[in-house]
Design a binder for this molecule. Structure first.
Ligand code: PLP
Length: 450
């Protein structure tokens, strides 16, 4: 037995934890050169504490766009404990289900835009995207169009990091070193209004993007494309809000060619951008919607894929066998936690509150208006991206990693950078003073640019 296993899993010093961490833990999405370790041990409201007892203001939803209802909510812990002591888990394969997954599926459908009638549960975002891709191909296959195997995604999209979802992800580095990827994924340009002058000087951005998408579909062959996937508002790309006519025109083009539209609402769903499902507000009329993160506020791993009756009947109807499922699909405890989470979102009006938080963010971040390194501030409900530039004229990107470090070290504020954009996505219970504190901290850090 190793030394680590012999040690009781009781309280350890911050230094011990960091040392064990460095020795045995492989961190996801981590650059090996970063030796610093931060061990988070407790959370309450919008605060988390590290193992040294240092309190951080969490303006990034537990670092990962979750924590909609804030940390340490007794209601969710009680729901998990109740469910675990009643029925922790039983398979959902074949004829089985549990009361929590059945009622949660109904609840998700009730909240969803029209035309999304059935739910398949997964363990998170990447698995939901994998499932959506498989469902799209199966749908076309069963309807006699087996050549529809291609997917279209967008540069700078984040759809996960398993093979198919990772191939669809449009971050350049994610494709390096892993050999051949999932086949038949094409990527098109990002709807990034601030960067449009570089992409299509003098042109209307949506016109350009629709022309590019049309050309891509024609190049692949319209009868070979299964689906396009997109985040309604792109999160990891730095809160990119497309022009209002973008999604309606994409939708119309795809419909003309019998191509499905998958809305990736892993970030935007459950109030993050001010709606239960953001895609409905942007005219996507998606055939498939994938969700995760805010569904449980991160209290349990759970994702879901919503589809129409027509898709569900085609791939999992009377005469078909759906050869797809995860051991933990419809996990009873995760679904009970999701119920308790939705209860809080509803009772506390947190989806509506997300829009109010958006107003507070816009007002508080007006402080940044005159700073020469701030290119653009983009607010979508309770999330904001502050894009940094070395020069406002040329819009040359200025990487934002130093901002995250200074916010944490100098102001005890935990945000996150994506390339040259500093992002905040706070719990939907955050107060105005907490928003003001984060905004002032950011202004101070940016003013003191090293
Ligand atoms: N889709 C989007 C839009 C995401 O932001 C993420 C994760 O951040 C994913 C999918 C992947 O989700 P997961 O990390 O739960 O696999």
């Amino acid at each position: 037995m190793s030394v680590v296993n012999e040690m009781p899993r009781t309280v350890r010093t911050a230094e011990e934890l960091a040392e064990i961490d460095r020795r045995v833990l492989v961190h996801p999405h981590h650059h090996g050169s970063r030796q610093e370790r931060i061990t988070i041990v407790r959370g309450d409201g919008c605060s988390v504490w590290d193992a040294k007892g240092v309190e951080l203001l969490d303006v990034m939803g537990a670092g990962n766009w979750v924590a909609q209802v804030g940390h340490g909510r007794r209601e969710l812990a009680d729901a998990a404990a109740r469910q675990m002591s009643t029925l922790e888990y039983y398979t959902s394969f074949d004829i089985f289900a549990n009361d929590q997954s059945i009622t949660l599926a109904q609840r998700l459908v009730d909240l969803a835009p029209d035309g999304l009638d059935r739910v398949f549960f997964t363990n998170g975002g990447s698995e939901s995207v994998e499932t959506a891709f498989k469902f799209a191909r199966l749908y076309h296959h069963h309807r006699g169009e087996p050549d529809r195997t291609w997917f279209i995604s967008r540069n700078l999209a984040y759809h996960g990091c398993t093979f198919a979802s990772g191939t669809a992800t449009g971050f350049p580095g994610i494709h390096e070193g892993i050999g051949p990827e999932f086949p038949n994924v094409a990527r098109v340009s990002t709807p990034h209004p601030y960067r449009a002058p570089d992409l299509c000087p003098g042109r209307d951005l949506t016109d350009f993007l629709i022309e590019e998408l049309t050309a891509t579909i024609e190049r692949i062959g319209p009868g070979n494309v299964a689906a396009m996937i997109g985040e309604p508002v792109m999160g990891g790309a730095g809160i990119l809000i497309p022009p209002a006519d973008y999604w309606p025109r994409v939708r119309e083009l795809l419909s003309r060619h019998g191509i499905l539209l998958i809305a990736d609402e892993v970030v935007t769903g459950f109030g993050r951008t001010g709606a239960w499902y953001d895609s409905a507000d942007r005219g996507m009329r998606a055939d498939v919607v994938v969700v995760a993160k805010g569904l449980t506020s991160g209290y349990a791993p759970l994702g879901a894929v919503l589809v129409s009756d027509a898709i569900a009947e085609t791939i999992a109807g009377r005469d078909t066998y759906l050869f797809h499922g995860h051991t933990y699909s419809g996990h009873a405890t995760a679904c009970a936690v999701a119920h308790a989470n939705l209860d809080l979102l509803e009772q506390e009006g947190l989806v509506e509150r997300s829009r109010t938080i958006g107003t507070w963010l816009s007002e508080a971040l007006a402080l940044l208006a005159d700073l020469p390194i701030v290119g653009e501030v983009r607010v979508a409900g309770a999330t904001v991206g502050v894009e940094l530039v070395a020069d406002r004229e040329t819009r040359e990107p200025l990487m934002a990693d130093w901002v995250t470090v200074a916010l944490r070290n100098d102001h005890r504020v935990a945000a996150r950078e994506y390339g040259n954009t500093l992002v905040m996505a706070p719990p939907l219970v955050i107060s105005r003073p907490e928003i003001d504190r984060a905004a002032q901290a950011l202004a101070d850090v940016l003013r003191r640019r090293p």
